[in-house]
Design a protein around this ligand. Structure first.
Ligand SMILES: *[C@@H]1O[C@H](CO)[C@@H](O)[C@H](O)[C@H]1NC(C)=O
Ligand SMILES: *[C@@H]1O[C@H](CO)[C@@H](O)[C@H](O)[C@H]1NC(C)=O
Ligand SMILES: *[C@@H]1O[C@H](CO)[C@@H](O)[C@H](O)[C@H]1NC(C)=O
Ligand SMILES: *[C@@H]1O[C@H](CO)[C@@H](O)[C@H](O)[C@H]1NC(C)=O
Length: 839
């Protein structure tokens, strides 16, 4: 009989043999599955048209792992097929998914695929990401799609799908992103979604989905975005929506939902956009919506809502759009709406609102559209509306407004569309562009208007009486406000905070209002004395920076807010220069509104102290961060890419979206401020130049040596391309971690003399990257390469070879993720060639 020991070793040997056999059969099946994969892919390729086949020219031989768009696992089996935006034209019929059993990621979006999705797709049991959006696919979806239980992302938008959505989607409870925008799907919202707590974004808009919304939605604690607009859904909004505490956008517009707006919606504390327009909602607008502190847009227009416009909306300080037009709202317009200081659109038209237009509306300095038409408003049009410098559209038609139009309207330079028809107005209409090109349609149906429009009578002496009364009002106002008001008009300013004015009796404007200066101050709370107090009358210990035109102080106000205060130099000789800088800065910033441009809260120009008040940005300047050995460690490649991107967007906005355009002229790392999240804010507009069309744009040198474009050495003509050059310098600085210095000139000289091989351009990219943080890898490496290339383009010696900031920002937003396997491969010379810009 064998000993126990022998028995054990026999058992062990058997075990080892068994393992070996298993391993070998495993290998064999891997190998054969690869062969099967190759055949399936090549068969599909062979059925595509010529152009698509040439796109897939790398698809030949027996190793698919090196083919375009293919990624394999370590055993050589295909796990990812990514041919996004590849102009593939053909069907999926000949792609037998059953032969790609290990596929995890299938990205075929933005091609020209047509026909059905083959049922074999259901065999992709490991699939987590499926993107077929923006093609011409049409079929019903195969029911086998219900078998894809591990899907995390499913994108089917912009195709021609009909029939129902897969009903058992989200079987594995991992689905996060589900988009079917712009198809012809019918039937209900998939029942599987009811129990799918993983959902993050759901976009089913623009289909023909039918179903009762109160039954079809589940509980989604992670949901960030829900849009169901333009469908045939019905039923009432479930109060459960209030539990979607992470939702930022809720858009259910143009469906058939009815019932009341649940008060629970007020619990969605992160909501930015609430759009329930064009439905059949009834009842009141809940005052609880005033709890939506993050709300930016509220659209409840074209429903059957009754009751008042809730005054609680006035507490929503970030709101930029309110549209409640086309309901049956009654009562007066709440004066609290004047506290929504960021409002750009206010549409209360087609309701039954009564009494007069509150003067507080004139606090809305960013208002672009004001539509109060078709209500029952009475009284005069407040002259203060003339302060709305950004107003482009004003519709007061079909009300019962009386009196004459205040002469302050002549300052409304932006106003291009105005309609005051069907009221009881009389007297002259102001001679502004908005009226000059208008027809009788926008002034008809009044009591006795006269003036610039051809169909109206010329104004006679009696008709002008109304105008004189307004003049009288202005005559009372001007001595009261003194030079400040004229400064206000001169600069088109929106905010002035000065103690001097506060002390003056203010009863002449509006006796009922405690703080009439709030009309011009950004939030009414910030005042001269609190700034002086918070900075210890500009004590050096609060100073956080010194610049060419003044010093910057950190001021913590009693209200708890922290602001940055830039105090201008007091040197008498420099007074004119610093006053100019002051005016330039105010002029440039008052009109701008961009997330990457520092915000101006207010300013004061007085004999004792002149200063500007800005938002405070916790991280200081880009230059500080780059020179701070502790901070630099947290300033990783992602953050750096974001900073450069932010600066590009800000400059594109200044050059191409501001009218007239603004050229900064002093872009450098010390003028780019970073907030706690390292988001870039362009600051210091002391040298900015507003390009008026009629004035000459020759000027003295402004800017920082080392950032200024070479052409400024021989011409002082301001062109926006000098900002582009400085942007290129800053971009390299961010990537190198230090100012590029002579590196730029050695690069540009080497690109013209290709014979020398010891120049900077033959260096590997790795050598110039900031060595203080780990080298970029993976996707962010691709981004860094993209931005280096972009910087070189911006640093072209000739301004006409540089792209415009608009082209730069378009390139940035259209950039694709490019994969560069290792940093070692990248040489600078490959990036300098301006001829090719592939990404
Ligand atoms: C796809 O492959 C499977 C398994 O080899 C086979 O049964 C099926 O018929 C194939 N389908 C098509 C459409 O070729
Ligand atoms: C796949 O779906 C079909 C039809 O929906 C079903 O009959 C089949 O059992 C499913 N297969 C697997 C593996 O789940
Ligand atoms: C909401 O989102 C935050 C991150 O933005 C996340 O940490 C939190 O877990 C989410 N809340 C819920 C209930 O999932
Ligand atoms: C002003 O509003 C009325 C009624 O809401 C509308 O009919 C008219 O077209 C609007 N005027 C302009 C110029 O848009």
């Amino acid at each position: 009989m064998a000993s126990e020991k022998e028995q054990l070793s026999v058992l062990f040997l058997a075990y080892v043999l068994l393992m070996l056999v298993q391993e070998m059969s495993g290998l064999a099946s891997t190998r054969s599955s690869s062969k099967m994969e190759v055949e399936a892919l090549l068969k599909w390729k062979s059925k595509l048209d010529n152009e698509s086949r040439s796109t897939l020219s790398s698809w030949y031989g027996s190793n698919p792992c090196s083919w375009r768009g293919i990624v394999c696992d370590p055993f050589g089996s295909v796990t990812s097929l990514n041919l996004l935006n590849s102009a593939i034209h053909g069907t999926l019929h000949h792609l037998n998914f059953s032969h790609l059993p290990n596929l995890v990621n299938l990205q075929l979006g933005n091609n020209q695929l047509y026909g059905n999705i083959p049922p074999s797709i259901g065999d992709l049991s490991k699939l987590t990401h499926l993107n077929l959006s923006t093609n011409n696919l049409g079929g019903f979806l195969p029911t086998e799609m219900n078998n894809l239980t591990f899907l995390i992302i499913l994108q089917l938008s912009e195709n021609k799908f009909v029939g129902q959505l897969p009903q058992d989607i989200c079987g594995g409870k991992v689905l996060e992103y589900f988009a079917t925008i712009d198809n012809h799907f019918t039937g209900p919202i998939p029942r599987g979604l009811k129990n799918c707590p993983s959902l993050y974004r759901v976009r089913l808009q623009n289909n023909k989905l039918k179903g009762n919304i109160s039954e079809d939605l589940g509980t989604y604690p992670n949901l960030d975005y829900l849009e169901l607009s333009n469908n045939e859904l019905y039923g009432e909004l479930p109060p459960r929506l209030g539990e979607y505490s992470n939702l930022t956008s809720l858009k259910i517009s143009n469906t058939r939902i009815s019932g009341m707006i649940p008060v629970e919606l007020g619990n969605m504390s992160r909501l930015h956009i609430l759009d329930l327009s064009s439905n059949s909602l009834v009842g009141k607008i809940p005052g609880d919506l005033g709890k939506l502190k993050s709300l930016l847009e509220l659209s409840l227009n074209d429903n059957h809502l009754v009751g008042y416009v809730p005054q609680e909306l006035g507490t929503l300080s970030d709101l930029s759009r309110i549209n409640v037009a086309g309901n049956n709202l009654s009562g007066s317009i709440p004066r609290q709406l004047g506290d929504c200081l960021k409002l750009q659109l206010l549409n209360l038209s087609r309701n039954s609102l009564v009494r007069s237009i509150p003067v507080e509306i004139s606090k809305l300095q960013f208002l672009e559209v004001l539509d109060l038409s078709q209500n029952l408003l009475t009284g005069e049009i407040p002259g203060q509306l003339g302060l709305l410098q950004k107003l482009e559209t004003l519709n007061l038609s079909h009300n019962q407004l009386s009196g004459s139009i205040a002469s302050t309207f002549k300052d409304m330079a932006s106003l291009t569309s105005i309609d005051i028809s069907y009221n009881e107005l009389e007297g002259p209409i102001p001679n502004i562009p908005g009226f000059r090109n208008a027809t009788n349609d926008v002034v008809g149906g009044n009591k006795g208007l006269c003036g610039v429009i051809a169909s109206l009578h010329a104004c006679t002496a009696t008709m002008l009486k109304g105008k004189n009364e307004n003049k009288k009002l202005l005559l009372i106002l001007i001595p009261t406000l003194g030079c400040l008001l004229s400064l206000l008009f001169a600069m088109g300013a929106s905010c002035i905070v000065c103690q001097r004015v506060r002390k003056i009796e203010a009863s002449s404007i509006d006796g009922s209002n405690e703080n009439p200066w709030a009309v011009w101050s950004f939030d009414g709370r910030m005042a001269y004395e609190s700034i002086i107090e918070a900075t210890g009358e500009f004590d050096a210990k609060y100073c956080i920076g010194v610049g060419g035109h003044g010093s910057v102080y950190k001021a913590q106000l009693q209200t708890g807010e922290t602001v940055a205060v830039k105090k201008l130099k007091e040197v008498v000789d420099a007074e004119m220069a610093s006053r100019k800088a002051f005016e330039r800065e105010v002029h440039a910033l008052i009109g701008t509104r961009h997330r990457n441009i520092v915000k101006l809260y207010g300013f004061c120009w007085s004999s004792r102290h002149s200063f500007l008040v800005y938002e405070f940005l916790g991280c200081g300047s880009l230059k500080n961060v780059l020179n701070n050995e502790q901070r630099i460690i947290t300033f990783d490649w992602h953050k750096r890419v974001n900073v450069v991107e932010g600066v590009a967007y800000a400059l594109s906005y200044l050059h191409h979206e501001c009218s007239p355009p603004i050229i900064h002229r002093d872009i450098s790392s010390k003028n780019i401020l970073l907030d706690e999240e390292y988001k870039a804010h362009v600051s210091d507009f002391g040298t900015a130049k507003v390009l008026e069309s009629c004035s000459s744009n020759w000027t003295s040198f402004a800017g920082t040596i080392g950032y200024a474009a070479p052409e400024l050495a021989y011409t002082m003509k301001v062109k926006e391309k000098c900002d582009v050059y400085s942007f290129g310098v800053v971009t390299l600085e961010v990537i190198m971690g230090r100012h590029p210095g002579d590196f730029i000139s050695s690069l540009t000289s080497s690109s013209s003399s290709s014979t020398s091989n010891s120049t900077a351009s033959s260096w590997p990219l790795k050598q110039v990257l900031d060595q203080r943080i780990p080298s970029p890898e993976g996707e962010v490496l691709g981004q860094v390469v993209f931005f280096v290339k972009l910087a070189f383009l911006c640093l072209s010696a000739k301004p006409e070879h540089r792209p415009s900031m608009q082209q730069v920002s378009q390139k940035i937003s259209a950039r694709r993720s490019i994969m560069i396997s290792t940093l070692e491969d990248v040489k600078l010379e490959e990036l300098v060639d301006p001829g090719c810009f592939p990404y």
